[in-house]
Design a protein around this ligand. Structure first.
Ligand SMILES: [Zn+2]
Length: 489
């Protein structure tokens, strides 16, 4: 009797392992974007940037079987056999799929925005459940964190539909609804009124499959502490775009990650009251925290000692950084609705009627880059994402590529910038043995780009094929499918 039960268990375990090893049957919708769909694929004569920060290696063969990378060998011609795909990739580079760590599935609408940057309330956050996942995958993002959700059920269902092979898109770490205090910028956010409510929110959404949380600008220390403790009890990490709570306070409360580089730390802001967001919202602190100063050293030491990651989101600040920034990309403009494109151009200009900012945004942009570099030099885990909200001229996918370029502008080498955007994110997610770099045994989540990003970082924009679990998706076809849609749905 015992033995028979054991045998039955063994058979069912073997059956489920077998099911796991097979990728799901792809729907007709998803198949439309598949360029390489055979179980075995050999990328021949390709340059490899492996995502560990190691130098690029020219002329390699990368072998993919049943969704995994099985070998990386010296470049050689391989005869195409039955059921295999062999791609000659001379002149191309393969890098790990991007692990986007501040990648929303929504867009921000300012009702009746005009050329003077006037708009009406309430500011809204419509879901981009159709266009965003396609733009991410087209841009080379194979894993992403939503970093704050508005329609959490939609995000959870989307993740399920993508994993089941019904819809195209990256692997998703769904973040719960924003943990926000009594007031907020967006009308759709929940408002916490006590630590108990914070705990309830975490428990409710963790029970429904949410795998991360994000605290927002007006949360109190007590609410944040309650949320962190409830999340940690379930092995779930918490990040924050903070203001009412300073970086050092959040570290003491046990936070795992802080969003927006060093832009939103309020510890030196004049008139900062405990548990209340300051008027400056962190700009003053950034302007007064010179790299190498005792304050900067102390903050960075504290972050590193407590293993708190920092998420670099340079693209969302770039639009403030000076005229001509960011460079216009026709493909990104083509992805938007005419209305979104008009808002994009309105927000790009600083109208004459608007007073010049008190602190030079170009200086702040450079200062943040210096602090991000100092953080990495001190041993900190820097991860990356674009914060694609429409506000900073930032779109899904395109923004992820721009983040890599801006990390290079910050002084990281191209292969270091790629590591920050791939392996570091995987490490934060605890998935570094499966994704984030190119090595035998890892998931075949890969991006094939034309050119050589190790020499010219802008080549990360030339995405041709994006492999997710060994299936190669056509980047151009995905982009074509959302032309004129971003901003609508
Ligand atoms: Zn954000």
């Amino acid at each position: 009797m015992r033995l028979r039960t054991l045998a039955a268990i063994l058979v069912s375990v073997l059956l489920s392992l077998h099911a796991l090893a097979q990728s799901p049957e792809l729907s007709k919708t998803v198949k439309e974007f598949v360029r390489v769909g055979t179980p075995k694929v050999v990328l021949t004569h390709v340059r490899v940037i492996d995502g560990t920060g190691a130098p690029a290696v020219d002329d390699q063969n990368v072998v993919i079987e049943a969704g995994k990378i099985t070998a990386i060998q010296k470049g050689a011609d391989v005869p195409a056999a039955d059921g295999n795909t062999v791609l000659d990739l001379r002149g191309y580079t393969v890098m790990p799929g991007i692990v986007g760590m501040h990648n929303h599935l929504f867009y921000i609408v300012r009702p009746n925005l005009n050329s003077q940057r006037k708009y009406e309330q309430p500011v809204l956050v419509p879901q981009m459940t159709f266009s965003a996942p396609r733009l991410y995958l087209a841009g080379g993002v194979t894993t992403m964190r939503t970093t704050g959700s508005v329609e959490t059920y939609a995000d959870l269902n989307l993740k399920h539909e993508i994993d089941a092979g019904h819809l195209p898109g990256p692997h998703i770490d769904v973040t719960g609804p924003y943990l926000e205090g009594a007031q907020s910028y967006f009308i759709q956010l929940p408002h916490l009124n006590s630590p108990d409510e914070a705990r309830q929110l975490v428990d409710y959404w963790a029970d429904r499959g949410v795998t991360s949380f994000k605290a927002y600008m007006n949360i109190t220390r007590a609410e944040l502490k309650a949320a962190i403790d409830a999340a940690h009890k379930r092995g779930i990490k918490v990040t924050g775009h903070l203001c009412s709570v300073t970086y050092k306070e959040a570290v003491e409360l046990g936070i795992d990650d802080l969003e927006h580089g060093f832009f939103v730390n309020t510890q030196l802001d004049p008139g900062k009251k405990p548990d209340v967001c300051s008027d400056s919202a962190g700009e003053y602190t950034l302007a007064h925290m010179e790299p190498g100063s005792p304050e900067a050293k102390d903050l960075i030491d504290t972050l590193v000692k407590h293993h708190v990651a920092i998420t670099s989101t340079l693209p969302v600040f770039e639009g403030d950084g000076g005229s001509g920034r960011p460079p216009l990309r026709q493909q990104a403009l083509d992805a938007m609705t005419p209305e979104a494109r008009q808002d994009f151009f309105y927000l790009r200009e600083r109208p004459a009627s608007r007073p010049a900012p008190k602190i030079d945004p170009a200086m702040l942009f450079k200062r943040d880059m210096e602090l991000e570099r100092a953080f990495v030099t001190a041993g900190g885990l820097l991860i990356a994402g674009p914060d694609p909200t429409g506000a900073g001229d930032v779109l899904p996918g395109f923004g992820d590529q721009r983040e890599i370029e801006l990390l290079v502008e910050a002084g990281f080498s191209p292969v270091e910038a790629i590591k920050i955007s791939t392996l570091n994110g995987a490490t934060y997610l605890g998935r570094q043995t499966q994704i984030g770099s190119i090595a035998a045994g890892k998931n075949a989540d890969l991006v094939v780009v034309k050119g050589d990003p190790s020499k010219q970082i802008a080549d990360v924009e030339n995405v041709e094929i994006v492999f997710k679990d060994g299936v190669g998706y056509d980047s151009h076809k995905l982009l074509d499918s959302v032309r004129g849609r971003y901003g609508q749905y």
